[in-house]
Design a binder for this molecule. Structure first.
Ligand code: 4NP
Length: 152
């Protein structure tokens, strides 16, 4: 069964939104899919998603209030079939952390969106709430193609 871990820096803005979007898409398609998220940093471990991320998801019918931030671990590379980084810095840090026996396939989130390959999901943390809408549209586009991939 495919299992997908989304990874950003804090695990309170971008990756929990990606997790919520893919969980919703998997539920809609009745797909059996393991979905989780984590951060390369640990400053926000144990915290729920940023209020702005929660509101943006809720406006789009997805409840991410129950998620709690955690830091990515080496075990994640053995547990997940796919690890999807939200930007290049997090992807580079994942490559450094990957254990030799970690089989997880690494990619950027926007590699899964036709025409956006190689691009980063900008961190909305420092901006206003409109930035979170941009993030939501990016993670939902990726969630659709990841769900389609998992279905095959
Ligand atoms: P995220 O956003 O990586 O999308 O969860 C961030 C949230 C918090 C911080 C950085 C990025 N921070 O530095 O506290």
């Amino acid at each position: 069964m495919p299992s997908i871990l989304f990874v950003c820096l804090g695990n309170i803005c971008r990756s929990p939104m990606a997790e919520g979007a893919l969980r919703a898409e998997a539920a809609r398609l009745k797909l059996d899919l393991i979905v989780d998220s984590a951060g390369t940093g640990n400053w926000h471990a144990g915290e729920p998603p940023d209020e702005r991320a929660q509101r943006t998801a809720r406006r789009n019918g997805v409840d991410i209030s129950g998620l709690r931030a955690r830091q990515v671990t080496k075990a994640d590379f053995r547990r997940f079939t796919h690890i999807v980084a939200l930007d290049h810095e997090n992807l580079a840090n994942l490559r450094k952390l990957a254990p030799a026996d970690g089989a997880a396939e690494l990619s950027l989130l926007l590699d899964h969106v036709p025409g956006r390959e190689g691009q980063a999901v900008t961190d909305p943390w420092f901006g206003d709430e409109a930035g979170f809408d941009v993030t939501w549209s990016e993670v939902t586009a990726a969630a659709r193609s990841l769900a389609a991939m998992a279905r095959r």
